[in-house]
Design a protein around this ligand. Structure first.
Ligand code: CO
Length: 172
């Protein structure tokens, strides 16, 4: 074997090695990316926490809350105002799909002793907090309903018309 041929073979070997190594590394990366993506898709947390505030101006801090179906949801309602529970109380009530919130809200007036949840309409409630006054907060834990759009309201007398929003439960 002459010197030129030896050098040529050496260069060829180096070239093949570089190419081979390169393409192998690339496919490994793609595989890694695919695996990461699959894990992300499957990794919906089992639980989630939501915070919603309510104030002395009869307002919720958001009219949109989002979860994934089946999640264990811990919701905290914070009354950031100063007014008393008797005059500016707030609760958070999540209603089943199809509930007429005007009918529910109107009936709630009759239930001051039951956190403004009318007993004959309790079956329309998925979850609710107690009523809180200024400076107070309260939490509840419940399982997110099946995927769909739901309504939440404050059922304190006269509040449901403005204190309402959409609770979205996404499919897994
Ligand atoms: Co209210």
């Amino acid at each position: 074997m002459n010197k030129l041929m030896t050098i040529s073979l050496a260069i060829l070997a180096a070239f093949l090695f570089a190419c081979g190594g390169g393409s192998e590394k690339k496919s490994e990366n793609l595989e890694e990316q695919a695996t990461t993506k699959m894990e992300e898709t499957a990794m919906v947390p089992d639980s989630t926490s939501l915070v919603i505030e309510a104030n002395d101006q009869m307002q919720f801090s958001t009219d949109e809350l989002k979860v994934t179906e089946g999640q264990v949801v811990t919701l905290t309602l914070k009354h950031t105002g100063k007014m008393a529970k008797e005059s500016m109380g707030h609760n958070w009530v999540l209603l089943k799909a199809g509930t007429d919130i005007a009918v529910f809200g109107t009936a709630a007036v009759t239930a001051p002793d039951n956190e403004y949840i009318p007993e004959d309409k309790a079956s329309q409630v998925i979850a609710n907090t107690k009523v809180v006054g200024g400076g107070e907060e309260t939490s509840i834990t419940f399982t997110a309903p099946k995927a769909g759009y739901y309504k939440f309201i404050c059922s304190f007398p006269g509040h449901w018309g403005v204190m309402q929003g959409t609770f979205t439960s996404s499919p897994r």
